[in-house]
Design a protein around this ligand. Structure first.
Ligand SMILES: Cc1cc2nc3c(=O)[nH]c(=O)nc-3n(C[C@H](O)[C@H](O)[C@H](O)COP(=O)(O)OP(=O)(O)OC[C@H]3O[C@@H](n4cnc5c(N)ncnc54)[C@H](O)[C@@H]3O)c2cc1C
Length: 423
């Protein structure tokens, strides 16, 4: 007999987890099935809604100002502004004061580890005192082992970009004995635990770090460090560093593995638990049974195929990165339900020549209706009880627009609510 639930969510990234919470809050019994870790642990942890103007590519002050210029097949155009706001409201409610930005519609400008400025709708509280709209003099501090954050270079890039504050960068050794290829999570844990740094003979990692940084302070009012300032005790670590330095302290979002992404993942997992969502991970969904309705989905578990039954199914398997959309020489497909993925017939038309050109492959994914149900090649609903959310949806270029998490949240809130309403 199949395992039975009201709503089955396939995929455990930002989109799947928030869709599951939305459905559970609508009164549904929800199960989430996820194969592997999502892209969250590699993501910056920033929640972009629309960072750039769809026509000019220039940074957008207010993401809602750019919506009308998006193409008709864009998920935002299909779902409407209300869906974006519903997704953001859900996110704000789940993350509480761990994220900032809900006080305004305007994008915040968050400095990145590459020395660019990212227009984003929601940002971790730990990055809050680093916003590029502030005029406070800034010291960026990099560490010798963190090669993808060259603080002096990032500072120079920020100055070239015309930020309204003076900024300098220094690179320091991180206190303690760490191998050159140490992971940022280990450094974060050292700050959490505040162990004595054996080489220095200092009382603890936090004090030793503050002492090193303070030697380089020259009247700066804030200090930005790579996002590794603690994992479980981040707030405490930042507060202590800030007190010892006499400046604000903020984190600069980093590439993979990303502490802000991991913290966001932890918070969403806790929300799933709180809402009573049953979570199973480690096994892939490989197919389904049904005709114009999905009756069961099939999970491959140790060479056995196990059916899971649900009234409503939400597909949240990610895009080309998450493996929700696959490409091969013969074409681009959605591998579980075989949903239609619009694509140029000729493979050579998947790409444009210039690296910075509009790339057709970046928009690959399922077309959806206003209830997030995937559409076939004729524009008809593929399955009456299947909805698609997040990066498995197409019609938008998240990297170019800076819209990835906004689309995930808008589709997830809509699909989760609509799935629960259909029970
Ligand atoms: C490097 C990086 C940086 C990013 N930076 C930003 C940023 O600055 N701002 C921003 O807004 N967004 C950013 N994002 C995007 C954001 O984090 C999410 O990737 C995006 O919202 C899409 O999430 P998703 O849940 O749709 O997909 P994913 O995160 O890809 O999750 C898909 C899930 O589905 C599971 N899955 C796939 N196939 C199956 C199957 N057959 N059976 C069961 N489970 C399956 C996967 O294991 C995974 O858990 C970034 C992403 C990356 C990768």
């Amino acid at each position: 007999m199949a395992i039975s639930d009201d709503v089955l969510v396939v995929g455990g990234g930002l989109a799947g987890m928030t869709a599951a919470v939305a459905a559970a809050r609508g009164g549904a019994r929800v199960r989430l099935l996820s194969h592997k870790a999502s892209t969250l642990r590699n993501a910056s942890g920033l929640i972009d809604v629309l960072g750039t103007d769809p026509e000019s590519g220039a940074p957008l002050a207010d993401p809602f100002d750019g919506l009308d210029a998006l193409p008709g097949e864009h998920p935002y155009r299909i779902l409407g502004e209300a869906a974006i706001r519903e997704g953001l409201d859900l996110f704000d409610d789940l993350l509480g004061d761990r994220y900032l930005g809900s006080h305004t519609d305007r994008n915040a400008l968050v400095p990145t580890h590459g020395g660019t400025v990212k227009p984003t709708a929601r940002y971790p509280e730990s990055t809050g005192s680093g916003l590029a709209s502030s005029r406070e003099r800034t010291l960026l501090v990099g560490f010798e082992t963190i090669t993808d954050f060259d603080a002096p270079l990032a500072a120079a890039h920020l100055e070239n970009a015309g930020v309204p504050f003076e900024v300098r960068g220094v690179t320091l050794p991180f206190p303690g004995e760490f191998r050159a290829d140490v992971r940022v999570t280990r450094m974060a844990h050292a700050l959490d635990e505040d162990r004595e740094a054996p080489v220095d003979g200092r009382p603890g990692t936090r004090a030793a770090l503050a002492e090193r940084v303070s030697e380089h302070l020259d009247g700066e009012e804030r200090v930005g460090l790579p996002a590794l300032l603690g994992d479980e005790r981040g707030e405490e670590v930042r507060e202590q560093l800030s007190t010892r330095l006499g400046t604000d302290v903020f984190e600069v979002p980093m590439g993979p593995p990303s502490l802000p992404g991991l913290r966001l993942e932890d918070a969403l997992e806790a929300a799933l638990h709180e809402e009573g969502v049953r979570v199973e991970s480690g096994n892939p969904v490989v197919g389904y049974e049904g005709d114009d309705r999905v009756e069961t989905v099939t999970v491959e578990r140790v060479h056995r195929e196990v059916p899971y039954e649900a009234e409503q199914v939400i597909l949240a398997t990610g895009g080309l990165v998450g493996k929700g959309i696959r490409s091969s020489r013969s074409g681009v497909c959605e591998p579980i339900f075989g949903c239609h993925v619009p694509q140029p017939e000729d493979r050579y038309d998947w790409f444009s020549e210039g690296v910075f050109d509009d790339q057709p492959f970046a928009r690959f994914g399922l077309r959806i209706d206003e209830g997030c149900r995937p559409l076939d090649g004729r524009g008809e609903t593929e399955f009456e009880n299947l909805r698609a959310v997040g990066a498995v949806c197409g019609g938008y270029d998240s990297a170019r627009e800076k819209s990835a998490s906004g689309v995930s949240l808008a589709t997830a809130a809509t699909a989760g609510r609509r799935a629960a309403e259909c029970l």
